[in-house]
Write a protein that binds this ligand. Structure first.
Ligand code: FAD
Ligand code: NAP
Length: 305
């Protein structure tokens, strides 16, 4: 496989934006889509806070526009997942699960984050048989059923509201007595007659009949209770997908890539990071897109030296 000036890992808002800027700077640019082409927004049905769209736009539509814009700018888009990297010398080497070896003089890491799981026994046992981390993908299977959403952030609240399109009843289970989600989302949640919120409640286990989920074991302020349920949506946040960089780049204790305060530079010259992978604070599509722009410009300056 030929070497490129700039290789971008990830096809979320950070990766696509970086690729558009890199290609427009005249650099040969290849983007590797990763396991989730389009990134996290592919599992959301409605985005209301990405500037430029008066009416809500679906995640897949927004990401399709970004992909087309990247293609038009001349970006080479490849469906592959980077399995290993060697950042010890330039050109850097990235090997894909397809067996393809990619070489580049500047690397932009925009691999985002993946869903976190609770780590309780029934969760693994019934994943795909009543346990999911994506309401947009799996909500349809729970028509007229009772479902639970676990978490208290924007995603949990959005998923709970979305699930009312299908489910008979949605119970949102949160470990504290206060939601982390934006106020506007909280108001919509509380107004929805199909949603019940269980406060200060921890999910101890997901129980089933061996084939599908049947109930939740909950620890409530009044003690342990078993609550019948047909489906469980875990929405407790995401963690950066950075294990392939272990030992090669500086990361914080949660695995976020550490970047310079005012740029996208990582601890390795010529390697840049953008988006959720280096942002434990904002984790918004528009911020990721902004990071992508920074990373492409930083990479272009690096190559000009
Ligand atoms: P991601 O979107 O996570 O993309 C990461 C990319 O990296 C993916 O394409 C993946 O395939 C790729 N990748 C991973 N591993 C590898 C690898 N080994 N090799 C190559 N590629 C790899 N934000 C908003 O601003 N507004 C919203 O309304 C909103 N709604 C959301 C709804 C949901 C359900 C979720 C989960 C998040 C939502 N967010 C929203 C947050 C937003 O999705 C993220 O902030 C944003 O997608 C981060 O962009 P990113 O490009 O950094 O990473
Ligand atoms: P988040 O904001 O980090 O919220 C995670 C939630 O899960 C928190 O309420 C947390 O509880 C809970 N939680 C974490 N670990 C848990 C565990 N082990 N057991 C039980 N509960 C647990 O994550 P998110 O909701 O996925 O959102 C991610 C980012 O995307 C955020 O920055 C969000 O703003 C953004 N986003 C934005 C929009 C929008 O703008 N409309 C939509 C979706 C997402 P505590 O509160 O107790 O910590």
């Amino acid at each position: 496989m030929t070497k490129v000036d700039i290789l971008i890992m990830g096809s979320g808002p950070a990766g696509y934006t970086a690729s558009i800027y890199a290609a427009r700077a005249g650099r040969s640019t290849r983007l590797i889509t990763g396991p989730q082409p389009g990134g996290q927004l592919m599992i959301t049905s409605s985005i209301e806070n990405y500037p430029g769209f008066v009416d809500p736009i679906s995640g897949p539509s927004l990401m399709d526009q970004m992909r087309q814009q990247a293609e038009k700018a001349g970006v080479e888009i490849m469906n592959d997942v980077t399995a290993s990297v060697d950042l010890s010398s330039n050109p850097f080497v990235c090997v894909g699960e397809s067996g393809t070896t990619h070489r580049c003089n500047a690397l932009i890491i925009a691999v985002g984050a993946c869903a976190k799981w609770l780590g309780i026994p029934g969760e693994t046992r019934y994943r795909g048989s009543g346990v999911s981390a994506c309401a947009t993908c799996d909500g349809f299977f729970f028509r007229q059923k009772d479902v639970a959403v676990i978490g208290g952030g924007n995603v949990a609240v959005e998923e709970a509201i979305y699930l009312t399109n299908f489910a008979k009843k949605v119970v949102l289970i949160h470990r504290r007595n206060e939601l982390r989600a934006e106020k506007i989302m909280q108001i919509r949640l509380m107004k929805n007659p199909k949603i019940e919120v269980l406060w200060n409640t921890k999910t101890m286990d997901i129980l089933g009949d061996g084939v599908k989920v049947t109930s939740l074991l909950l620890s409530t302020p009044d003690g342990e209770v078993e609550r019948p349920i047909d489906g469980v949506f875990v929405a407790i946040g995401h963690r950066p997908a950075t294990s392939i960089f272990d030992g090669q780049l500086e990361m914080d204790k949660n695995g976020y890539i550490v970047t310079d305060k005012t740029s996208s530079c990582t601890s390795s010259p010529g390697v840049f990071a953008a988006g959720d992978v280096c942002d434990p604070v904002y984790r918004q599509a528009i911020v990721s897109a902004g990071h992508g722009c920074m990373a492409a410009r930083d990479a272009d300056w690096f190559l000009s030296q």
